[in-house]
Ligand binder design. Structure first.
Ligand code: NAD
Length: 267
């Protein structure tokens, strides 16, 4: 399988997109570290699904014998937690080859009402956490002289405005430039860095929207493919970017948005 022998750390993998990525990478043969902040039951579900996937495929013995899932609680807004998460992963599996910076939050408020606490909450998880998780994995890769893959789950809002979510846009825009910068700085070490930018995906982050038929229909009319995305629309691309087939790809953002980003029509 494409990721046999690799170890992947997927942040925020107790639900939503991260959960699906963790399961998909396990299906591809990777050993996976599952990370959660405050939802251990969700992380347990991810682990169970990883094991159940193993139970029905070629890797059945591997999954069952060596406990391919490992879950670590950490708050990615805190640098010490981020460093501990990476250190725990390396202690447990001996290496980390693939880092998927997936954890992210958004907070709705008009720009003029965003206070420091809300701003920091968003920037700390979406940008600072990514920065220091990547740094810790990169130090490990450099120390062990191995190549690696960093995959950031960004958003169409690294490119598109999103009124009332200014901090979120700032964080994802920052992630775009972090990826471009690191792709150049880390290329000599065989480390690639790419962003995946989802459009509107059906996950708990969108619960309010999913329960508001009027807003949901308005959004759907803006999506050329006429549907919301599903987590598997993202995890398939992440699995590809984590594989050797993507070894010449770095510094790019790949949009998975049903055509949303470039949808403009004259009325
Ligand atoms: P979600 O709310 O379902 O999941 C987010 C995950 O991040 C959860 O597992 C949560 O526990 C984790 N997390 C949040 N704060 C954390 C912290 N401080 N420490 C550790 N983990 C933390 O959302 P999702 O839709 O699965 O989002 C995943 C990523 O995709 C995010 O980065 C989000 O910005 C991005 N994204 C989502 C959409 C969408 O429409 N769903 C669109 C564009 C981008």
């Amino acid at each position: 399988m494409a990721l046999d022998g690799k170890v992947a750390l997927v942040t925020g993998s107790s639900q939503g997109i991260g959960k699906d990525i963790a399961i998909r990478l396990a299906k591809e043969g990777a050993k996976v570290v599952v990370n959660y902040r405050s939802h251990p039951e969700g992380a347990e579900e991810t682990l169970d699904e990883i094991k159940s996937v193993g139970g029905t495929c070629h890797m059945v013995e591997g999954y069952c014998n060596d406990e391919r899932g490992y879950s670590v609680g950490a708050d990615l807004g805190m640098v010490e937690d981020v460093q501990r998460l990476v250190a725990d992963s390396i202690d447990h599996f001996g290496q980390v080859d693939i880092l998927v910076n997936n954890a992210g939050i958004e907070k709705h408020a008009p720009f003029w009402e965003v206070d420091e606490k809300a701003f920091e909450a968003v920037l700390n998880v979406n940008l600072k956490g990514v920065f220091f998780a990547t740094q810790a994995v990169v130090k490990h890769l450099m120390a062990t002289q191995r190549s690696g893959k960093i995959i950031n789950i960004s958003s169409v809002h690294e490119e598109l405005p999103f009124p009332n979510f200014a901090a979120y846009c700032a964080s994802k825009g920052g992630l775009k430039m972090l990826t471009r910068d690191l792709s150049v700085e880390l290329a000599p070490y065989g480390i690639t860095v790419n962003n995946v930018a989802p459009g509107a995906i059906e996950t708990p982050i969108n619960t309010k929207l999913l329960n508001d038929p009027e807003k949901l229909n308005a959004l759907l009319t803006n999506i050329p493919l006429g549907r919301l995305g599903q987590p598997k629309d993202i995890s398939g691309l992440v699995a590809f970017l984590a594989s050797e087939d993507a070894s010449y790809m770095t510094g790019s953002t790949f949009f998975v948005d049903g055509g949303l980003t470039w949808n403009y029509q004259e009325q």
